[in-house]
Design a protein around this ligand. Sequence first.
Ligand code: HEC
Length: 445
Amino acid sequence: MPVKTLVAALTFAAAAIAAENQVTFHKDVEPILQKHCQTCHRPGQAAPMSFLTYREARPWAKAMKTAVALRKMPPWFADPQAGHFLNDRSLKAAEIETIAKWADGGAAEGNSKEAPAAVAWPEGWQIQPDIIVPGPTFNVPAGNKNNVVEWVSVTVPSGFTKDTWITSVQIKPEYPAVTHHMCLGFNPHTPDVKYFDPVWQNKARDEEGAAIPGKGPTFGPASPGGRFRSMAEDCYLPGNPAADYRIFDAAKLVPAGSDITLNLHYTPNGAPVTDHVQIGFTVAKEPPRRRYVSMIGSSPQDPEHFAIPPNEGNWQSPPVEVTFNQDVELVFMMPHMHVRGKDMTYTLVYPDGKKEVVLNVPHYDFNWQLGYNTSLKVPKGTKLRVDAHFDNSVNNKFNPNPNRTVYYGEMTWEEMMNPFFGVVVEGDVDPNKILAPRGSVPNGA
Ligand code: HEC
């Protein structure tokens, strides 16, 4: 074969191989977007742009590459080195590489015959609720795109006239497109509560007064009552399924007459809307064999132990430490801090002294209240220790004022160090006895 022909043949073959190996939208990228992105990136959902079609996704190719390489997207903040999560939606290294190659190689469309079948996305209720409780109505302003309205909390009556075992909860906003997330907690009714009255978290964003923290329990079942109302037992998060205790074969008790406090976080998208929130529940007819209990931990709250100095970039909070008084299954963890929260780590210390980090969130992001589902058998006598750091320096772009000491409090300009978690216990257990009485950790009470 003449050299020229040989070269031509080789070039042709190489081109054919290149075409076959070329990363294309339909063959390689679309399946990843379906699995990890479209749950939020489709019309009417939380993300500002849709990735349902090539035409919609193509302009975002470079931004996608950056966002996935930095692990900004999909939102998932657990260090992959620690723990195992049932709802893990993070990308595998190979998937990140695929998106990067696609973006770098010209973001080709490829052959639409190679596209995966479109996903049938659920609309409306994901659970078939036995009870629907009317939630708040909220006027979301037009705002600017990506402009977050400050958190607001609203308390509504549950309407539960008797003790109720709930097996799943779905918070359903009418306009997911402007809903960043919503969380709820159950609280005993107190006479001072004003139903349907929004309490703005930013009423005095620049107020310099330090809150005098309530005493309150620093660890225990959710719903401690009083000023410190629990607001994050269950959440609506874009792209996440409803909180469903049936996957743990369990149910949660909501005492008769409880109030429901919702924490609403909206992201205006240019058009004003009036959102009507509904809360749906499935309920168990019988008391369950396995009981789901939501718990909240807190670091000491008094100013002597909890005071973040000005311009301190890595302040270590006193830890949360607690001992399980009986066997439990640890099924849920959700770090909660405010804008200065930097990292949080949950560690189990087993009775034999073995330590296991079960969740590490090295770059906490206040804007994403993510919960991590797991399934860990925790024997009686095991200790849960939670550590956290706060960044009160100028390097923290969410920090409204690095020049002041920050104390414990519910407002966004104050700080909280709250590891939430959920456990499942067998049989008829008093939730107040799941944890051993507090040990040596100062609680300021
Ligand atoms: C849980 C919902 C959710 C999921 C899942 C999700 N996104 Fe997003 N994404 C958002 C929201 C909300 C925004 C806009 C606000 C922001 O940037 O946080 C966004 C913004 C983006 C941006 C713009 C970032 C920037 O810097 O401006 C890109 C690119 C992106 N997402 C890509 C992806 C890709 C790729 C995936 C899947 C691998 C994905 N997202 C999964 C909710 C989501």
